[in-house]
Ligand binder design. Structure first.
Ligand SMILES: *Cc1c(COP(=O)(O)O)cnc(C)c1O
Length: 813
């Protein structure tokens, strides 16, 4: 309960907005109108918090983190903001007075899907945790006109549609900050000249200039009156219309710059863990960096601070290599615009940047054609050469005469088509580099950057990812939240370690029963949604087995599918084989250009149609693929899960965060020793998680000894029967072979060792089935999971960043 909140005034404000902005009465307003009017009223409060916080930080000379990310997958904001302001109950009551259900209204908000998956969602959780703990921050991203595509299925195939998330009335939780507009150059050339003192200088003369407008989405702190901006840059043509060309009758040509500029932030690239090297993407990256770095520097100078003191006040965190060009951009501003020497500028820049590595997958490691980068950003290319030259001097001193080391560590990859390696540039230009889970950070040290670890000892560190308990428990699971609050002392949403208090309830019959009743109700809520939207009946007594995440070979949705096929085969062919009823729930988007990922979606949908209709199974198996996976759908699915599938090939999933959200909501993980699964096992204990499969060392040595998947196929009868179903026409009547691309890939290539892990996966799934038969035992394990997830709060991750890297002080508003 927020004592400062004036319910009557707020009510009047919502009614005023209904008339002023939407020309509606109480009687005529639709749910959408109410939601937008509520959003506007809330915006009044959050903008006030935003400005108060800005002022307080200036008055306190606060040091800030600037979190640069090309993606922020924030999800709906209204419900979360009501919780942060501690007015959820008040507003629900107020809406009830109008005969409206608040949670129905909240469903009307579109998800701003300005990210692909885990990386963007992590950035959103981090802003939430920074604000919750009063650590000064600005999030910098892009204001894509279209977020991640909307997914539907037609004849079982994924179909993509544009996501116009702002809607016709605009997005209620954002505010335009016209005064922060920036200008950004592209192309052109570098000019040498002498300054007044006769010193030789260089400057960039761009051929194209684009304007960047700032939209702020205030991120509200949990019950603490602070709000930090998520600042999203939107590209626009510069306001000068080419009148000469217009008068010459070239109407389209006169608008040409605006056509080009408008395209820059039009759409989010829909790839997760995959880079394609397209020019528009590089332009987006530079646009993002140029606007953000200029904004940071202007703020610093406006407060009368010296350039040299920049690292005392500002730290810039690079979320993966996507914003790497911020490093040469800051150097350009310091050297070319502000006239600092190289060494003075480097002394500032190299103390300002820190970099987070998110992947070891080769296809996801960014590199750009040197030619392309040299043409688009000619001055930055010169600066990159200079950064490289300085770094290679260090290499030469450490390993004299070792050409191999120079080649390996160089920012420039040699060859016919030379490329700029963004990760190397990041390591050279940052004072700290972190991986995102203990195991991943170890692999960064030993496999990705082993020589950098000796060249710059101590620079490589770990910060294990986390998720915000406000969105991923308090908001998305009100039933469990209420039960927890009745059984622990203190506000667990502000301090997730308080959940430990549940451990002493884990063996109590009454608590077990209450816990499982909440789970059942959440399963019913999901089952109702599935009935309404997909017309499929789900039995809430069944095990709800959930795999929700981007569709990717390394995440191995096809391993899950093979297990389902093995169950189908055995239930039909193996006398006496029986299992607890199971509902397999999938949700995942595939990148539009990723053919095999789309084949896997098609196959799961086809198998689902056949299996769900097969009366011989007596309802033992159900499969549902929910379309359009996004934050709001995750909020519906995760509280309803019994089993959490985290089955990536060991060494491939840097951390995962879906694994954390699911365990926090009391589902049991079936997982490989990969990413944060390793640490989840440490926290919950080996008896409360189901681990299977090859470890990372075994994966590496099997790969080195020439893995032959066909041998597994031929020697394991159950595996063979399961794969052969994909070759048959059981799921594609009259069209055998429509699913064979997956089978062929597995038998002949299997880059992610699905077949090597199949047998152990089937074994552990049997253990899960057995464990579920003991309902009290299952309840106990589920409770221990929820109780043991304190470590995986993003509040803890942020404290790790603050203590180890950012060195921030809390500032209360
Ligand atoms: C948490 C989350 C992810 C990341 O899931 P992983 O299982 O860690 O890959 C992706 N998308 C959405 C919408 C999420 O909420």
């Amino acid at each position: 309960m927020n004592n400062e909140f004036n319910k009557e005034a707020f009510k009047q404000s919502v009614l005023d907005n209904l008339t002023t902005s939407f020309a509606q009465t109480i009687e005529s307003a639709s749910a959408r109108d109410w939601m937008l009017a509520l959003g506007k009223s809330l915006s009044g409060i959050s903008n006030k918090h935003l400005l108060n916080t800005e002022k307080t930080l200036e008055d306190n000379n606060a040091r800030k983190v600037n979190y640069l990310s090309l993606e922020f997958l924030i999800g709906r904001m209204t419900g979360n903001n009501l919780i942060a302001l501690d007015i959820y109950a008040d507003v629900a009551e107020m809406m009830a007075e109008f005969g409206l259900n608040l949670s129905d209204l909240l469903e009307e908000e579109r998800d701003p899907a300005l990210g692909n998956g885990g990386l963007g969602r992590l950035a959103a959780c981090y802003l939430d945790s920074l604000a919750a703990q009063e650590f000064p921050a600005v999030g910098y991203g892009l204001h894509y006109e279209y977020g991640l595509f909307r997914q539907s299925f037609e004849d079982c195939h994924q179909v993509e549609a544009p996501d116009a998330w702002k809607g016709p009335y605009g997005y209620p939780c954002e505010v335009l900050r016209q005064e922060l507009t920036q200008q950004v150059g592209f192309w052109g050339e570098v000019e040498a000249y002498k300054d007044e003192g006769g010193k030789p200088r260089r400057r960039w003369i761009p051929a194209l200039e684009i304007e960047g407008r700032a939209w702020d989405i205030p991120v509200l702190g949990y019950k603490n009156n602070s709000a930090y901006p998520l600042r999203l840059w939107e590209s626009r043509a510069i306001e000068s219309f080419n009148l000469d060309r217009f008068n010459d009758g070239d109407y389209v040509g006169a608008q040409y710059p605006s056509l080009e500029a408008a395209n820059l932030t039009k759409v989010l690239y829909p790839n997760d863990n995959h880079e394609q090297g397209q020019i528009l993407r590089l332009m987006q990256q530079y646009f993002h960096c140029a606007c953000s770095v200029a904004d940071i520097l202007e703020r610093h100078l406006r407060l009368g601070r010296s350039l040299e003191s920049l690292p005392d006040y500002e730290v810039i965190q690079l979320n993966d290599t996507h914003p790497t060009i911020a490093i040469p951009e800051l150097m350009r501003l310091l050297v070319d615009v502000h006239g600092l020497t190289w060494d003075a500028a480097w002394n500032i820049s190299s103390k300002t940047f820190a970099y987070t590595n998110h992947t070891l997958l080769p296809e996801a490691l960014e590199s750009w054609s040197e030619t392309l980068m040299g043409r688009l950003l000619p001055r930055h290319m010169e600066i990159i050469y200079e950064i490289n030259a300085q770094m290679l001097k260090d290499v030469g001193e450490k390993w004299p005469g070792d050409i191999g080391k120079l080649r390996k560590l160089s920012v420039i990859e040699e060859g016919n088509h030379r490329r700029v390696r963004m990760a190397n540039l990041c390591v050279a230009g940052s004072f700290a580099v972190n991986g995102v889970a203990a195991m991943h950070s170890e692999l960064v040290k030993t496999h990705l950057f082993p020589d950098f670890d000796s060249l710059y000892p101590g620079r490589l560190t770990n910060v294990t990812n986390g998720v915000t308990p406000r969105r991923w428990l308090k908001f998305c699971n009100p039933g469990l939240s209420a039960l927890i609050s009745q059984n622990v002392v203190g506000d667990w949403a502000a301090d997730q370690d308080i959940l430990k208090g549940l451990l002493k309830q884990a063996d109590k019959k009454t608590f077990q029963t209450a816990f499982m009743a909440v789970k059942k109700a959440n399963k019913q809520r999901l089952a109702d949604w599935v009935k309404n939207h997909l017309d499929i009946e789900l039995d809430t007594n069944a095990i709800f087995d959930v795999q929700v995440k981007r569709l990717h070979e390394y995440k191995r949705q096809h391993l899950n599918l093979l297990h389902i096929l093995s169950l189908y085969h055995r239930l039909l062919n193996e006398p006496g084989f029986d299992i607890n009823p199971r509902v397999f729930i999938f949700a995942a988007k595939a990148a539009p250009g990723y053919a095999l990922a789309k084949d896997i979606i098609f196959a799961i949908n086809r198998v689902a149609e056949t299996v769900n209709a097969d009366k011989r199974l007596n309802g033992k198996l159900k499969i549902v693929f929910l379309p359009d996976y996004r934050v709001s759908l995750a909020e519906l699915i995760i509280p309803a899960a019994d089993v959490s599938e985290q089955i990536s090939t060991a060494g491939k999933e840097a951390s995962g965060t879906g694994n954390m959200k699911l365990a926090l909501n009391g589902s049991l993980t079936v997982g490989t020793m990969d990413g944060a699964n390793v640490e989840i096992r440490e926290e919950v204990g080996g008896d409360n998680i189901f681990i299977f499969g090859l470890g990372v060392d075994e994966v590496h040595s099997l790969k080195a000894s020439h893995y032959i998947p066909q041998e597994y196929y031929e020697s394991d009868a159950l595996l063979k029967a399961s794969i052969d179903l994909l070759y048959s026409d059981v799921f594609t009547p009259g069209e055998p072979g429509r699913l064979s691309a997956i089978a062929d890939n597995l038998i002949h290539h299997d880059p992610f060792m699905v077949l090597a892990d199949f047998a152990d996966y089937v074994r552990v799934q049997g253990d899960i089935d057995k464990a579920y038969s003991d309902q009290a035992g299952w309840a106990r394990k589920a409770i221990v999971n929820t109780a043991s997830m304190g470590k995986f709060s993003s509040d803890r991750s942020i404290r790790d960043y603050v203590d180890g890297i950012w060195k921030l002080e809390k500032v209360s508003v």
